[in-house]
Design a binder for this molecule. Structure first.
Ligand SMILES: [Zn+2]
Length: 342
């Protein structure tokens, strides 16, 4: 990057410098710069950033990641960039981006005709647009379809409000857009106690306005799970009601419980975002040789983007999947899928 432009968005950058840490070879370990669009971009070396930029989707995801986290984003390294960018929820359909913009208006709207401002020139990475004009086109589409109302011509900062038609559209499309509840479907067992108490619960209920490195940092939602006793009593009505009232669900597939698959399937069917997690030892079917054959994650879900964890300090991959790292990844995933509840 001889030219002082951002590799991710091509804006002029400032404050480019290496971090103080140096490797034994005297080569800086990481670099950073400030970009008016992406915020503070931190990366291991320029070759890594160039590698990311060669893949258009990865580049858009990286731009989103830095813009979303502004100054608090982690340093992208060769070891972590795939894991970090995997947590960025790139819209899977063409209409996905349009829905994201409408969602944004909906989330910010506190009362009827509340005016919401978007800065088209700065905010386009947050909607996964390739450039300013793609976001402009989406806003024009929403305007032409009378889902938002505002000035006919716009540039830079634009102020629109949702029309009742736009509100109706999103409420029909999305389940419980104003809900603050996360439903947790999981195996109730000693094997998952640490997972729930040390990672899932604090991740969901933590304070989204704290620094991400703070222990009490989290997503700001409330957590709901139905305990096993109730399962035995088949209070499925209660279960269904709680899932219906949730904004999203977390389903931990550890233990291969039928109930968890049932709840996750029901939520998928409702169109709720479902975040899948699993103990890393339950990912694959366990060898029959050990005399205790055990099923792994069901084939249908194996291809999904699952967050893995372990609470076993003797595990060779403990440093990667321990509950502290898992909690961070879970918060990032929730933030990416439904946004933090600030
Ligand atoms: Zn940039």
């Amino acid at each position: 990057m001889e030219t002082e432009n951002c590799c991710l968005c091509n804006s002029s950058i400032s404050n480019k410098h290496s971090e103080d840490m140096y490797t034994t070879k005297g080569v800086p370990e990481s670099w950073q710069y400030d970009c008016p669009i992406c915020g503070r971009v931190k990366y291991e070396d320029i070759a890594l950033l160039e590698k990311i930029c060669k893949d258009e989707i990865l580049k858009i995801k990286a731009r989103y990641y830095f813009s979303q986290n502004k100054k608090q984003a982690e340093n992208l390294t060769r070891n972590n960039f795939e894991a970090i960018l995997n947590n960025v929820p790139y819209p899977t359909s063409l209409l996905g981006k349009i829905k994201l913009v409408l969602d944004h208006y909906y989330r910010e709207t506190k009362y009827l005709f509340h005016e919401i401002t978007i800065n088209i020139e700065q905010d386009y990475p947050l909607f996964f647009c390739r450039n300013t004009s793609e976001l402009e086109d989406i806003i024009k589409y929403l305007y032409d379809n009378e889902l938002i109302l505002g000035p006919e011509y716009f540039i830079g900062e634009t102020t629109f409000h949702l029309t009742p038609k736009g509100i109706g559209y999103i409420e029909e499309l999305e389940h419980n857009p104003k809900s603050k509840q996360c439903f947790v479907a999981m195996w109730f067992s000693k094997n998952t106690e640490n997972l729930y108490n040390k990672a899932i619960k604090p991740a969901i209920e933590g304070d989204p306005n704290k620094n991400p490195n703070d222990e009490v940092y989290g997503t700001g939602y409330s957590v709901r799970r139905i305990d096993e006793k109730q399962h035995i009593n088949y209070i499925t009505d209660e279960l269904i009601k709680e899932i219906r009232h949730s904004k999203f669900i977390i389903a931990d597939l550890t233990g291969n419980r039928g109930g968890v698959y049932y709840e996750a399937g029901f939520a998928f069917g409702l169109g709720l975002p479902v975040i899948l997690t699993c103990h890393k030892d339950w990912q694959k079917e366990l060898s029959k040789n050990c005399g205790c054959k055990r099923d792994g994650i069901h084939f249908d879900l194996q291809q999904k983007n699952i967050l893995f964890w372990t609470d076993d300090p003797n595990d060779t991959e403990y440093s990667k999947y321990n509950l502290v790292e898992f909690k961070k990844a879970l918060i990032a995933r929730i933030g990416a899928v439904v946004g933090l509840n600030k």
